[in-house]
Design a protein around this ligand. Structure first.
Ligand code: GSH
Length: 199
């Protein structure tokens, strides 16, 4: 299988999951401005949605959306990075993945726009503050679901990591800063950041 990615983008989450699981997988970088892959292919022809991550399976099937890809990867090997399908823990992991996708990932996106109007910025920031407060009071242990690192942690770390690029003041949430440091200290996460040139 092959993962199409852009350094530091949300495709970092499946990349972390692969390294955590030691799953063999090819990777190809995508220029999101030109929609060309590193090998010169038209990315729009590979993923008509035009965004990363995109995972092309060995049988040619295309899988997109972080939440779906990380669960697919997690199910390839019994490593415990996702709970077994059908269990309440699995549904809770899906709940987190959905929360991270819609309430954090997509709410952080506008901050990357160079000319974001000040009032939009203020509104978005107020909303994100509530989401960060929620995270602090509901993360159940060293990781989202407790003692075990899961695919939801790979995704949450990926999006919280953007607060560094965006130079957000995270002083009000020391627990989130500690969480990020904890995840970043994992060998597979360090390896992933290095492979994307972000170490
Ligand atoms: N709904 C998608 C969103 C993916 C997404 O936002 N990808 C960004 C990078 S983090 C991207 O490739 N943006 C370029 C574009 O939309 O053209 C998912 O959850 O995977």
């Amino acid at each position: 299988m092959k993962l199409y990615y852009a350094p530091g983008a949300c495709s970092l989450a499946p990349h972390i999951v692969m390294n955590e699981m030691d799953l063999p997988c090819e990777r190809e970088k995508v220029d999101l401005g030109t929609h060309k892959t590193e090998g010169g292919k038209d990315f729009m022809a590979i993923n008509p949605k035009g965004y990363v991550p995109a995972l092309v399976l060995d049988n040619g099937v295309l899988l997109t959306e972080v939440a779906a890809i990380v669960q697919y990867l997690g199910d390839q090997k019994a490593t415990g990075i996702v709970a077994p399908a059908g269990t309440i823990t699995r549904y809770q992991q899906m709940e987190w993945l959905s929360f991270i996708a819609t309430e954090i990932h997509k709410q952080l996106g506008p901050f990357f726009r160079p000319n974001l109007p000040a009032d939009t910025r203020e509104q978005q920031m107020a909303l994100l503050k509530r989401r960060f407060d929620y995270l602090v009071s509901h993360i159940k242990g060293p990781f989202i679901g407790g003692n075990e690192f899961s695919v939801a942690d790979a995704y949450l770390f990926t999006v919280l990591n953007w607060t560094r690029f965006l130079k957000f003041d995270m002083g009000a949430w020391p627990a989130l800063t500690a969480y990020m440091e904890r995840v970043q200290s994992r060998p597979a996460v360090k390896k992933t950041l290095a492979e994307e040139g972000l170490a």
